[in-house]
Every structure is written in C-alpha cells, then in structure tokens.
Ligand binder design. Structure first.
Ligand SMILES: Nc1ncnc2c1ncn2[C@@H]1O[C@H](COP(=O)(O)OP(=O)(O)O)[C@@H](O)[C@H]1O
Ligand SMILES: [Mg+2]
Length: 263
C-alpha cells in the first residue's frame, strides 16, 4: 500500500483545568490515505473534535506526531503554518459564516486573507459557487438562506484555497435527513472530482455508511477499532460500534411514516 497521506502516531492530548489533568486523547494511531473519505465516529465527549483540532493545529498535541504529506505539522514554522492552514478546509455543524457578508463575501474571505488579487478572487468565487450549486444566491446574506444552502456556502469557503484536506466536524448534524443527504452527496462528488481527502467526524452511523470508505471508532480518547467501513459494519469489535449498530437496526424496525413499529 502507498505511504499514508496522513499519519497520526502515538498522539496524546491532555488538558489542564483547575489543576486537574484530563487525558482527552490517548495514544492515537491512524493512517489515512490520499483520496479517502475517512469517518471518525464516537459518542459525545469521546475526543473527536479535539483530534480534528490537532490535525489543523488549532491545538498542539501533548505527545506523538502528526505527518501530513512530507510535513510533521508540529514542527512547522509560523510562516509554514499559515500556508499549511490554507491547505486544510474545515466545515462545522453551525456553519460559522459571517452574517454581515454576502455569500460572495464569505467565500472571498479566505482568498483575501491569502492575498489574492480582486480579479483572481472573483474568478475563483464564481467557479467554486458553481461547483457547490449556489451561484444564484451569490448576493444573499446567510440570514436569507436555508441550513443546507448555508452549508454549501461553508463548503465553498472551505474549498476556496484549493485545500488538500477537508475536515468536517458534524457538518450535517444540524440538517434534516434529506438536506443532510444532499450535502453528503456534494462531499462525495467533490471527493471524486477533486481527489480531495476528507475526514468526516460524526455521531451518526448512517452518515458513515453512506459516505466513507474507511473509518475509526473513538472511545473515551482511544481508537477502539479502525478499518474499512464494510469490515466494521459486518463485524464490529468495539463496544461503541456494537451499540451504534444495534441502535441503528432497532431504529430501522420503526416505520416512521406510520408512526409505529412494523414488527
Ligand atoms: N479546552 C479544553 N479544556 C479542557 N477539557 C476540554 C477542552 N476541550 C475539550 N475538552 C474535553 O475533552 C473531551 C473531549 O471533547 P471533544 O473533543 O469536544 O469531544 P467530541 O467532539 O467527541 O464530543 C470532553 O470531555 C471535553 O470536556
Ligand atoms: Mg465534537
């Protein structure tokens, strides 16, 4: 197999609060290949967001290393770090758009920060709004958009600087199931068209099943298991995956349209 694009080795993260130490990530080892849509699933508080924040260096690891391509990200200088950040797009559950900027202005923002000319910005914004199918809303403000449309803008903004990696932290959790599917379809489409590596954090098994090829289960700061989605669904070994899969099949027994159990 090719060398992994992202290699997380023996990563631990401790937080200190009120003179108490919390081990939030414990000896995490993960390999993510270029072009993967890699799912990370776990209960609330398992450490998913902390792990993703270590990958984009919003947090520094307490020990261990994270390699992306040829770079060890904890060794980057400030200047290298700024360039590195441009190569990592991130989308969030609550979209985190600027309310006072239009759709165009939101997507233009990261390009302004990276010093692009007005002309370059215009070309890129138009191109990327087209890619996420939201060109017709270019002059709208976030307050005038639906949740699904806001997330499309979030994705467009994350892709503006042509990143190598897209990090998604519960990006479809605030959306209804149908809108959620259309956003996941968009992510799959972008992964295919641009060869973008996506790390997708979620507490929904359906999201993983629909979108990811490989996955890891995070349990109290530990990787409980990881591998192909197919393998883990067929034969889950971790408590978390078993509980998720059992609850999922229990839910499937309910006929929501009829409002009752079908068996
Ligand atoms: N800055 C922080 N200081 C102290 N504890 C934190 C901090 N950030 C997160 N934690 C703790 O780390 C644990 C994991 O949090 P998080 O990564 O947000 O989990 P998840 O995204 O899986 O819900 C939680 O117990 C949380 O309270
Ligand atoms: Mg979280």
């Amino acid at each position: 197999m090719a060398a992994p694009f992202i290699e997380i080795k023996n990563v631990s993260k401790k937080f200190k609060n009120h003179n108490q130490e919390f081990d939030v990530l414990k000896d995490i080892n993960l390999e993510i290949q270029k072009g993967d849509i890699f799912g990370i699933i776990g209960f609330s508080g398992a450490g998913k967001s902390t792990l993703i924040r270590c990958i984009n260096r919003l947090e520094t690891v307490s020990s261990g290393t994270i390699h992306i391509g040829n770079h060890e990200i904890d060794k980057l200088s400030k200047k290298e770090m700024n360039l590195y950040r441009q190569k990592i797009g991130m989308i969030f559950q609550h979209f985190n758009l600027f309310d006072s900027r239009t759709v165009y202005g939101n997507v233009a923002f990261p390009l302004e920060v990276s010093g692009k000319s007005k002309q370059e910005i215009k070309k890129r914004v138009i191109e990327i709004l087209e890619l996420v199918s939201i060109s017709d809303k270019k002059d709208f403000y976030p307050g005038q958009l639906s949740g699904g449309q806001k997330q499309r803008v979030g994705i467009a903004r994350a892709l503006a600087n042509n990143p190598d990696i897209l990090l998604s932290d519960e990006a479809t959790s605030a959306l209804d199931p149908v809108t959620s599917l259309s956003v996941l379809d968009l992510l799959k489409d972008i992964n295919k068209k641009l060869g973008l590596t996506i790390i997708l954090i979620t507490h929904s098994l359906d999201v993983i099943k629909y979108t990811c090829n490989n996955m890891a289960v995070l349990e109290n700061g530990l990787i409980a298991e990881n591998g192909s989605v197919r393998k883990i669904f067929a034969n889950p070994s971790s408590e978390t995956a078993k509980v998720f899969i059992k609850n999922n099949s229990d839910l499937a027994k309910f006929d929501y349209l009829g409002g009752g159990a079908v068996i």
